[in-house]
Design a protein around this ligand. Structure first.
Ligand SMILES: Nc1ncnc2c1ncn2[C@@H]1O[C@H](COP(=O)(O)OP(=O)(O)OP(=O)(O)O)[C@@H](O)[C@H]1O
Ligand SMILES: [Mg+2]
Length: 530
C-alpha cells in the first residue's frame, strides 16, 4: 500500500512531547490546578455518532492518509471514540494573559493531542482534537465545540495555509451527533447546538502561555526543560535562549505582516493564543476586513476596547512578546539581548510592512532604510476609510487600473475599482476625484520604476488574494452543514486552494458582502461562544 493511502491505524506515532517532558501524576479529569507538569494524560470522551463532514485532501496527502468514508473506524478515532495503538492522548498545561490581564492556569480545556507522527516530508506533526471533551484544564466549561465554530476553524486553517500564511492546519471536521449548550449571544438564552470536533495538525501547539505558567509558579527547571525541548526540536541550529527569543520575535513580526496583508483579524490575541512557532493558532472570533477600517474587530467581546482590532495587531504582537520575554527572563541574564530582540520585532515588522505594501501596490521595492512611499501609503489608507470600500476587492482590482489613464487623471482609471465600493455604484464624485489624485501619483511612481507591466501585475496578484473566506461565506457553509449539506464546505475548500488565481467558477464568492449579511450574527460580528 502506498504511503499516500495509509489508514490512520497504520500510522506509527512517535510521541516526543510526552516522552521528553514530565506528566501530571494524576489522571483524574476533574478541573484542577496542575503544578509541576507540562501536560496531563487525558483520554477524549466518546461522542454519540461521529460522521465525517470535512476532510482536507491536501493535508491528508501530506500526512500520507487516505480520506475515510463518512462513517469509518478512522472517523471514530478523529472523534475521540477510539484510541489507536501508539496514541497517548494528553491535554497541555499553559497559562496566559487575556485582554491584557494575567489569567493564571488555562491549558487545553477542550483540545486533546492524540500523538505525533511524521508526514511524507519527514516533518514531525502533532494531531490534536479540538472539542474532544473535558480535561483537568476545562475549568467550568464542557470541553466541547459547536459545529459553527468548528466549520470556521476547519475552513480558515486550510485557507490560511494556501494563502501562504504560517498556520496550524485542519485535517478533518467530524460531527459528533451530540448537542452542546451555548449562549451564543450572551443574553441568557442558551440553546442546544450540534457539536463537532476538528483534528488540527501542527509541528507543535506550544504557546507563549506554556512558558508563562511555569515562570508564574517559579518552576524554573521545567521552564528550562521546555525551552530546550522547543529549541532542540523546532529551532535547530539556534544556540542560545536569547537568539531563540529573537527568532520568535522575527517570526511573530512576519506573521503580523502576513495577517495585515490579507486583512485577517484574529480577534483574540491573548498570549495563550500565540504560537511559539509563529503560527496562526485558535480560529475563534476571527474575521476578514471588508470595509477598510483600522479599528474593526470581529469579536463582540472586544467591541468596547478594540484591543484586538485590525490596526492594533502588530502592537499587540509586540506586547505579547514582552510577556513572553518576562516568562523567559529566568533563562536570559542579558537584559540588553531581550531589548534588542524586541527592537528586532519592530524592525522586522516595519521592513516587512514596507515590502508587503510595495507588492500590494505594485510599487518599486524600496532599498533597506528607504521609505519614500510612506506618505503615499498612509494617504491611501485614509482615503480608503472615507467611503466604505472592500479591502480585498480594492487591492485585487488595483492591478487592473490602466496606468496611462491614471497618469492622465482620466476617470476611466477608476472603473476597475468600482466593484469595491459598498455603495454599489463606485465612489461619490468627490471621493472619486480624491482617489484619482492618488492614482495619478501612484501611476507616476510606477512609471518611474520602469518595471514591465506584466511583472508588476503578477507581483500584485501574488500578494492580493482574489478569494478569502469571508465570514458570510463561512456562515453559508455552516447553515448548509447544519442542514446536512457539506457542498459549500467542499466548494470553499476548493476555492481556497488557489486564492491568487482567477477562478471564474467561484466569482459568486468573490464579491462584496451582501447587505443581508451586514448585521447577521456570524457574518459581521462573532461572540467568543464556541
Ligand atoms: N468549551 C470549553 N471547554 C473547556 N475549556 C474551554 C472551552 N472553551 C474554551 N476553553 C478554554 O478556555 C481557554 C481560552 O479559550 P480560547 O477561546 O482562547 O481557546 P479555544 O478556542 O478553546 O482553543 P485553542 O486556543 O486551543 O484553539 C483555553 O484554555 C481553552 O481551552
Ligand atoms: Mg485559545
Amino acid at each position: 500500500m502506498s504511503a499516500a493511502s495509509r489508514r490512520l491505524d497504520e500510522i506509527e506515532f512517535d510521541n516526543l512531547f510526552v516522552r521528553s517532558l514530565p506528566a501530571d501524576p494524576s489522571t483524574e479529569i476533574r478541573s484542577r490546578q496542575v503544578p509541576g507538569a507540562a501536560y496531563s494524560f487525558t483520554p477524549p470522551t466518546p461522542v454519540a455518532d461521529p460522521q465525517l463532514l470535512g476532510w482536507s485532501d491536501d493535508l491528508g496527502a501530506q500526512l500520507g492518509l487516505a480520506r475515510p468514508a463518512r462513517r469509518d473506524a478512522a472517523v471514530e478515532a478523529l472523534a475521540g471514540n477510539r484510541i489507536l495503538p501508539g496514541m497517548q492522548p494528553y491535554a497541555a498545561r499553559y497559562g496566559g494573559h487575556q485582554f491584557g490581564n494575567w489569567a493564571g492556569q488555562l491549558g487545553d480545556g477542550r483540545a486533546i493531542t492524540l500523538g505525533e507522527m511524521f508526514d511524507t516530508h519527514g516533518q514531525r506533526q502533532e494531531l490534536q482534537l479540538k472539542g474532544a471533551g473535558p480535561t483537568p484544564y476545562s475549568r467550568r466549561a464542557d470541553g466541547r465545540a459547536v459545529l459553527r465554530s468548528s466549520v470556521r476553524e476547519f475552513l480558515c486553517s486550510e485557507a490560511m495555509f494556501h494563502l501562504g500564511i504560517p498556520t496550524t492546519r485542519a485535517l478533518s471536521l467530524v460531527a459528533t451527533g451530540d448537542t452542546v449548550v451555548r449562549d451564543m449571544f450572551y443574553d441568557g438564552r442558551p440553546e442546544n447546538e450540534p457539536g463537532a470536533i476538528v483534528c488540527r495538525v501542527a509541528p507543535s501547539f506550544v504557546r507563549f502561555g506554556h512558558f508563562e505558567i511555569l515562570t508564574s509558579h517559579d518552576e524554573t527547571a521545567l521552564l528550562g526543560q521546555l525551552a530546550d525541548w522547543v529549541m532542540t526540536h523546532h529551532y535547530p541550529g539556534i544556540g542560545s535562549y536569547a537568539d531563540w527569543f529573537a527568532e520568535i520575535c522575527r517570526r511573530t513580526a512576519t506573521l503580523m505582516v502576513e495577517w495585515m496583508r490579507v486583512g485577517f483579524v484574529h480577534g483574540v490575541m491573548n498570549t495563550d493564543n500565540m504560537s511559539i512557532l509563529g503560527l496562526t493558532i485558535d480560529y475563534g472570533p476571527y474575521g476578514w476586513l471588508e470595509g477598510v477600517d483600522m479599528m474593526w474587530t470581529p469579536n463582540t467581546t472586544d467591541a468596547q476596547g478594540r484591543r484586538y482590532c485590525y490596526g492594533r495587531q502588530p502592537q499587540i504582537g509586540y506586547w505579547n512578546l514582552t510577556r513572553l520575554a518576562a516568562a523567559l527572563a529566568p533563562l536570559i541574564d542579558d537584559r540588553d539581548a531581550i531589548d534588542a530582540a524586541l527592537e528586532g520585532y519592530e524592525q522586522t515588522f516595519s521592513d516587512g510592512w514596507t515590502a508587503m505594501l510595495a507588492n500590494k501596490l505594485g510599487l518599486p521595492m524600496p532599498a533597506a532604510g528607504d521609505d519614500a512611499d510612506a506618505d503615499m501609503r498612509s494617504r491611501l489608507f485614509l482615503l480608503l476609510q472615507e467611503e466604505e470600500c472592500d479591502f480585498t476587492i480594492f487591492f485585487r482590482q488595483l492591478a487592473g487600473v490602466p496606468l496611462a489613464a491614471a497618469a492622465a487623471g482620466d476617470a476611466a482609471a477608476l472603473a476597475p475599482l468600482h466593484a469595491a465600493f459598498y455603495s454599489g455604484d463606485g465612489p461619490s464624485a468627490d471621493h472619486g476625484r480624491a482617489l484619482l489624485g492618488w492614482l495619478q501619483q501612484w501611476a507616476a511612481r510606477i512609471s518611474a520604476g520602469g518595471e514591465p507591466d506584466a511583472a508588476r501585475i503578477a507581483r500584485m496578484n501574488a500578494t492580493n488574494p482574489k478569494y478569502v473566506v469571508r465570514n458570510w461565506l463561512a456562515q453559508r457553509a455552516i447553515d448548509d452543514a447544519t442542514a446536512g449539506d457539506t457542498g459549500m464546505i467542499e466548494r470553499l475548500l476548493k476555492m481556497m486552494r488557489r486564492p491568487y488565481d482567477e477562478q471564474p467558477e467561484f466569482d459568486d464568492l468573490a464579491g462584496r458582502r451582501p447587505e443581508w449579511a451586514r448585521h447577521k450574527p456570524g457574518c459581521s460580528a462573532l461572540s467568543c461562544s464556541s
